[in-house]
Design a protein around this ligand. Structure first.
Ligand code: PGA
Ligand code: ZN
Length: 473
């Protein structure tokens, strides 16, 4: 091909002339930079390669990280993983070879991305999120994404979402809001984990998490300060009462004092809030994760105690009464999984009291059919959204729509095994969910979410709206 033929084929003279004219019209002080950006914008972005690798989550357990390449850049995402898993959620693909990472390797999921998914997505426009997600769902062909692995699919879906935002030259939360079809992003109220128990810590406390919600803050930056100050006061309260060894932290960064009852733990938190000077401005939420200590029809509050006496069993009716008393004596506004995940009868009964927000986590497993049932039966009134239980960004948006249409609250959630990916921060702003739980205000993988929310608030400037007292959305 001659030089002239090459120039004609790519219409180079014409394109260069257009770019120079645009620079002259804009009277830009840096015409070379302007022209290069102008030319870049005129190239349609496509996915050129998807490359995955095995990394480790915050517990030291393998998970998937992916680099999605377009002709405009490289976009990275990684997926979290949790303790609780159930038969209704999307399948996390693990290798099962006990000789490697105790069976937890994700080499198969990585290979699925590098071979099958990459091949299917190359050439696609990264702004077309639903088409990308559908292509992976079609390739997988199973109901719960067990063939390719939901860990593989979600990592790619998130990376594509980041690439789509970059292609549109908008912040990630804005792109997510567009995908949802909504225009007013809002900053969620953070639920900071301050005390850890249950499966997340080695103390005797049955309940999994006690969280604090700075609903009385005016801005997210203030909420972060209030939560963090209270967290440090709590450390002092625990040290005074039990000594420094009870200030060890659990998987999500909450302190794990060896308290023997819900009430004893809540007293510590109440005192910390008082010392921090935030009484009436900070409220409390619980994640009971009661499935972990339900034995038959009873709840074993001593399920982790080495001196198990078998005396500390409560019936579901007793649990309702306990929650009623605790909500009366402490500023508790939300309780997650107050009963076993199959105990629909009691969760319904408790929700009908209207005492507080009732969040379904293990009850729902972020599963469309379980949510549908819970809506029909008035079983709970908020969704705990674990994106890796769903598997694609498009389906996450659908699930949030489903919950919001039922006028439920939505809590975007981290998992106990986290990475430094802060996608859920942008997700919660873009979908205006109102609440995010991402662990304690300490430890890098937890903070990355909260710090991303700070950055978003800063960027939105005067337009930033913190949900505050409207956290139920
Ligand atoms: P996980 O649960 O340990 O399964 O991540 C967190 C939660 O129960 O909210
Ligand atoms: Zn939970």
């Amino acid at each position: 091909m001659s030089v002239q033929e090459y120039l004609d084929k790519h219409m180079l003279s014409r394109k260069l002339e257009d770019a120079v004219n645009a620079a002259v019209r804009a009277k830009t002080p840096d015409p070379v930079l302007f022209i290069s950006n102008h030319m870049k914008k005129s190239v349609q972005s496509v996915i050129t390669k998807v490359k995955a690798r095995q990394i480790l989550d915050s517990r030291g357990i393998p998970t998937v990280e992916v680099d999605l390449h377009t002709n405009k850049g490289v976009f990275r995402a990684s997926v979290p993983s949790g303790d609780s898993s159930g038969m209704y959620e999307a399948v996390e693909l693990r290798d099962g070879d006990k000789g490697v990472y105790l069976g937890n390797g994700v080499a198969k999921a990585v290979k699925n991305i590098n071979d099958k998914i990459s091949e299917a997505l190359v050439g696609m426009d990264p702004t077309l999120q639903s088409q990308i997600d559908q292509a992976m769902i079609d390739l997988d062909k199973t109901e719960k994404k067990g063939e390719l692995g939901a860990n593989a699919i979600l990592a790619v879906s998130i990376a594509a979402c980041k690439a789509g935002a970059a292609e549109k030259e908008v912040p990630l939360y804005r792109h997510i809001a567009d995908l949802y079809g909504k225009v007013s992003p809002m900053l969620p109220v953070p639920a900071f984990t301050v005390i850890s128990g249950g499966k997340h810590a080695g103390n005797n406390l049955a309940i999994q998490e006690i969280m604090i919600l700075p609903t009385g803050a005016n801005r997210f930056v203030e909420a972060l300060q209030m939560g963090t100050e209270t967290y440090h006061h709590l450390k002092a309260v625990i040290t005074e009462k039990y000594g420094t060894h009870d200030c060890n932290v659990g998987e999500s960064g909450g302190f794990a004092p060896n308290v023997s009852s819900f009430r004893e733990a809540l007293d510590l938190v109440k005192e910390a809030i008082r010392r921090a000077g935030y009484t009436d401005k900070i409220q409390i939420a619980l994640d009971v994760a009661a499935t972990n200590f339900c034995i038959g029809t009873r709840y074993d509050l001593d399920f982790k105690s080495p001196q198990k006496s078998g005396q500390n069993f409560l019936s579901a009716e007793d649990m309702v009464e306990l929650y009623r008393e605790l909500c009366n004596d402490f500023p508790i506004v939300s309780i997650e999984d107050p009963f076993d995940k199959e105990d629909w009868e009691h969760i319904k009964r408790f929700s009908s009291t209207g005492i507080c927000q009732v969040v379904g986590d293990d009850l729902l497993m972020s599963n469309v059919k379980r949510i549908e049932r819970a809506i029909l039966e008035y079983a709970c009134n908020a969704l705990l959204l674990k994106i890796n239980q769903v598997g694609t960004v498009t389906e996450v948006i659908e699930v949030v729509k489903q919950a919001k249409e039922a006028h439920w609250g939505v809590v975007t959630s981290h998992r106990c095994g986290e990475t430094i990916d802060s996608f859920i921060a942008d997700l919660s702003v873009g979908l205006s969910v109102g609440q995010i739980k991402a662990g304690a205000p300490c430890r890098g993988e937890r903070l990355e979410k909260y710090i991303q929310l700070l950055r978003i608030e800063e960027e939105l400037g005067d337009q930033a709206v913190y949900c505050g007292v409207d956290w139920k959305q």
